[in-house]
Design a protein around this ligand. Structure first.
Ligand SMILES: *Cc1c(COP(=O)(O)O)cnc(C)c1O
Length: 241
């Protein structure tokens, strides 16, 4: 099926409104204080017309999974200098320079070694990198990320970063219908951050918690997400499934 641009905008607008309403109710249910969550629109499977619709509707935070597609789309939309690009997918060592050159906010730094490399290359490029550390909270074998133990044991390394702002943590919940498992994962990420703040004696670090996708963002917001990464939910009615 193919849609005209006004039809695409109408469909995405309806989805976006629904998601914003769900975000607002989840925020009301959240027991903690803290910043309202921001939506990162994940466009990895979106056609460029869909991305145009998002921009038309005011979305300015766009997430891509693959460095190459991120760079291509950034070029394609280079007249829109107000877009903030997020890399949410796995980052290979040999792609770090390429990604830094796009100035993307990187959610997926999944080892201390990779963080060190980001910091070194950011120094070479005379820029400041902004990243999150990806944590494999649930210990799933097929998922990337540091273990919670590795993160806590080495979190003093954060102070050694010269050219990198580690703004917070990112995780993905297991793919399950069991809300309790999902909630536990998100809560653990927040508690891990809180524990790191205690160990580092700095209450104002690691402010960002990137957690929650189309299927579980409401729980993530209830547990303190500051960034939610939404893909399929934005494009319901457009994708040919
Ligand atoms: C694809 C992806 C998302 C978005 O998932 P949806 O279920 O389509 O909302 C979020 N985070 C990461 C890391 C992803 O790869």
């Amino acid at each position: 099926m193919s849609f005209s641009q006004p039809e695409i905008e109408q469909i995405v607008s309806r989805n976006l409104n629904r998601i914003h309403e769900q975000m607002a109710s989840a925020l009301e249910r959240r027991p903690l204080d803290g910043p309202a969550p921001r939506l990162v629109a994940v466009t990895k499977y979106a056609e460029i017309e869909w991305v145009e619709a998002l921009l038309q509707l005011g979305c300015r935070e766009l997430g891509e999974s693959r460095p190459q597609q991120l760079a291509q789309r950034k070029d394609l939309l280079s007249s829109r200098s107000d877009i903030r690009w997020h890399l949410i997918g796995h980052l290979q060592r040999n792609k770090v320079r390429h990604v830094l050159e796009t100035e993307a906010f990187i959610h997926s730094v999944d080892s201390w070694k990779l963080l060190e490399r980001v910091d070194n290359l950011a120094g070479q490029l005379q820029m400041r990198a902004s990243v999150l550390l990806q944590i494999n909270v649930a210990g799933e074998e097929q998922k990337d990320g540091m273990t919670p133990e590795d993160f806590l044991a080495n979190c003093s390394q954060l102070a050694a970063m010269q050219h990198t702002t580690v703004a917070g943590l990112m995780t993905m919940a297991p793919h399950t219908d069991d809300d309790d498992v999902v909630r536990k994962t998100f809560r653990s990420l927040r508690e891990l951050r809180d524990e790191a703040r205690v160990r580092l004696h700095t209450p104002e670090v690691l402010n960002e918690l990137s957690m929650g996708m189309s299927g579980d963002f409401e729980i993530a917001i209830e547990e303190g997400a500051t960034l939610i990464r939404i893909g399929s939910g934005l494009f319901e009615g457009l994708a040919s499934e």
